[in-house]
Design a protein around this ligand. Structure first.
Ligand code: SAH
Ligand code: SF4
Ligand code: F3S
Length: 438
C-alpha cells in the first residue's frame, strides 16, 4: 500500500504533512514517487492567495481519472483551503470522488476517516477538534532541519489575510512539551531546529505562568551541543528587546530574522491593520542591527493592496532600499473572501499590480546583488543541507544569516558544519569552496 502527499503553502503545511505521513506509515502505507502508484492520495492545501487555490482545484480534478484506474484509491483534501467557509460542502457536491475532507485541526481523525472510506463512506470534518503534537509519530523529511510548532493560529486579523479564519485563534503549546521535543530531536541527530508559529513573538501570552518567546529562546539556546536554532515568523509589532538580546546571547541561535513588513506606506499599513508604522519598522531594524551586526533580515512584501497609490508604492521601494533585506518574498495582493480588505474600495487593476511587482522585484534584486557581491572572498560557517539537483556533486547550505550557498562535495557531508569561502555571486545565488570541516 502506497501513499502520496501533495503539499501546498507554508512551512506549517510542510510540517503538518510530516504528521500525516507518520499516521499513514503507522497504518502500513509506504511513500511513493508517483500518484499513479498511490493507494491513498492527500492534498494538504493552502488558500493564502487565489493562485494557490486554482492550482489545487486543478490537481484535485485529476483524481477522477486516477480513481477510474484504481477504484480502491482513497483521496483526502485537508489543510487551510478545506477549512474555509463553504469549501467542504463545495468539494462534496462538485468533487464526488473525494472521500475525506479534514480541517486544519482535525488531523487526529485521519485514521478513523480512512476506515470509513474503506467502507465506502464519505468522511467530512472541519470542526476544529484540535490535537496534541504528542499524539503523532512525525515522519520527518527535512533532515538536518526539524520543524517544531510552538503556537498555532493567529489573533492579528491583518485585513487581507485568511489565516486567522482557517487556522483559528492563537494557541501556545506548553513550554515543557516543546522542550521535550527539541531535546529528543537533538538526541536523534538533527542539527537545526526551526520553531514555527504565525507570530512566534506572541508565544505564551495565553499560557498560565507568563511564559514568553524570549524565555523559550533562552532555554533552547542553553542546550548543549552544536546545532542551529531558527524561528518564523516574527511580527514587527511584537518583536521585543528581550528576544533580540536572547539571539545575541546564544551562539546556537541564528542571526536571521524573518520580519514581514508588507508595505512601506503608513496609510496602507494602517488599512492592513498591521499596527506599526514605517518609522517603527526602521527603529526596530536599527535596534536589531545594533545588537546583531551580521544579522540577515528577510521579509514579505505585498503590492496592490486596495487603494495603494503610486506614492504608497514608492514608499515601499524606498523602505526596501533603506532596510537592505537579504531577501524578500514579494506577492501580488489577492482578494480573499471573508476578509475585510475583500470589500474595500479601490481594488487595484491587475495590470498595475503586475507593473509594481516587476519594479519591486528589480529593486530587491539590486539590493541582493550588492549584498552578495560584498560577501565574495569571505568565509562563512555553513550547515550542509542537501543536494542541488541541477548539478552533480553540488550540495547547498545556509550561512547563519540565511543565505543559500552552493559548493562542491558529496552527500556524505549532509548534516555537517563546514567553513565555505564565497568565490562568486550571481545576484541571489552564491557559489563557494569548502575550506574546512568543522
Ligand atoms: N504570519 C505571517 C505570514 C503568513 S502568510 C506574518 O504575519 O507575516 C505569508 C505571507 O503571505 C504574508 O506575509 C503576506 O505577505 C502574504 N499574504 C497573506 N495574505 C495575502 C493575500 N491576501 N494576498 C497576497 N499575499 C498575501
Ligand atoms: Fe495573517 Fe497577519 Fe496573522 Fe500573519 S499576522 S497570519 S499576515 S493575520
Ligand atoms: Fe500556510 Fe497557506 Fe495555510 S500559507 S497557514 S498553508 S493558508
Amino acid at each position: 500500500m502506497n501513499y502520496f502527499i501533495h503539499t501546498y503553502g507554508c512551512q506549517m503545511n510542510i510540517h503538518d504533512s510530516e504528521k500525516i505521513a507518520g499516521i499513514l506509515e503507522k497504518l502500513g502505507y509506504t511513500v511513493c514517487d508517483s500518484v499513479n502508484d498511490a493507494d491513498i492520495i492527500v492534498f494538504n492545501t493552502c488558500c493564502i492567495r487565489e493562485t494557490a487555490e486554482q492550482k489545487i482545484y486543478g490537481h484535485i480534478g485529476a483524481v477522477k481519472k486516477l480513481k477510474r484506474k484504481n477504484p480502491r484509491l482513497i483521496s483526502v483534501v485537508c489543510g487551510c483551503m478545506s477549512q474555509q467557509d463553504g469549501v467542504a460542502q463545495h468539494i462534496r457536491e462538485s468533487y464526488p470522488y473525494i472521500d475525506i475532507v479534514l480541517g486544519t485541526s482535525d488531523l487526529n481523525l485521519l485514521e478513523s476517516a480512512i476506515v470509513a472510506a474503506k467502507n465506502k463512506k464519505k468522511f467530512v470534518n472541519v470542526e476544529f477538534n484540535t490535537y496534541r503534537e504528542e499524539d503523532f509519530d512525525v515522519s520527518r523529511t527535512s533532515y538536518p532541519n526539524a520543524w517544531v510548532n510552538i503556537n498555532y493560529g493567529c489573533n492579528n486579523f491583518c485585513t487581507y489575510c485568511i489565516v486567522p479564519y482557517v487556522r483559528g485563534r492563537e494557541r501556545s503549546r506548553p513550554i515543557d512539551d516543546i522542550m521535550a521535543e527539541v531535546r529528543q530531536l537533538l538526541a536523534d541527530g538533527y542539527k537545526e531546529i526551526t520553531l514555527l508559529g504565525q507570530n512566534v513573538n506572541s508565544y505564551g501570552h495565553d499560557l498560565p505562568n507568563g511564559e514568553n518567546f524570549a524565555q523559550l529562546l533562552n532555554l533552547i539556546g542553553e542546550l548543549p551541543g552544536k546545532f542551529r536554532l531558527r524561528f518564523m515568523t516574527s511580527h514587527p509589532k511584537d518583536l521585543s528587546q528581550e528576544v533580540i538580546d536572547a539571539i545575541a546571547a546564544h551562539r546556537n541561535i541564528c542571526d536571521n530574522i524573518h520580519l514581514p513588513v508588507q508595505s512601506g506606506s503608513n496609510a496602507i499599513l494602517r488599512r492592513m491593520n498591521r499596527r506599526y508604522t514605517r518609522e517603527n519598522y526602521f527603529d526596530l531594524v536599527d535596534k536589531i542591527r545594533q545588537k546583531l551586526p551580521e544579522v540577515g533580515i528577510t521579509t514579505d512584501i505585498m503590492v496592490g493592496f486596495p487603494g495603494e497609490t503610486e506614492q504608497d508604492f514608492c514608499d515601499t521601494l524606498d523602505l526596501v532600499k533603506r532596510v537592505r533585506f537579504s531577501s524578500a518574498f514579494c506577492f501580488v495582493y489577492s482578494r480573499r473572501k471573508g476578509t475585510p480588505a475583500y470589500s474595500m474600495p479601490d481594488q487595484i487593476p491587475y495590470s498595475v499590480k503586475k507593473e509594481r511587482i516587476t519594479r519591486l522585484l528589480a529593486c530587491q534584486n539590486d539590493v541582493t546583488k550588492s549584498i552578495s557581491a560584498q560577501m565574495v572572498g569571505s568565509t562563512y560557517e555553513i550547515l550542509v543541507e542537501g543536494a542541488n539537483f541541477k548539478y552533480d556533486n553540488v550540495m547547498c547550505g545556509r550561512t547563519e544569516s540565511g543565505r543559500l550557498v552552493n559548493f562542491k562535495c558529496d552527500d556524505g557531508f549532509i548534516g555537517k558544519f563546514v567553513s565555505v569561502r564565497i568565490d562568486r555571486a550571481s545576484s541571489a545565488t552564491l557559489w563557494g569552496t569548502i575550506v574546512e570541516e568543522l
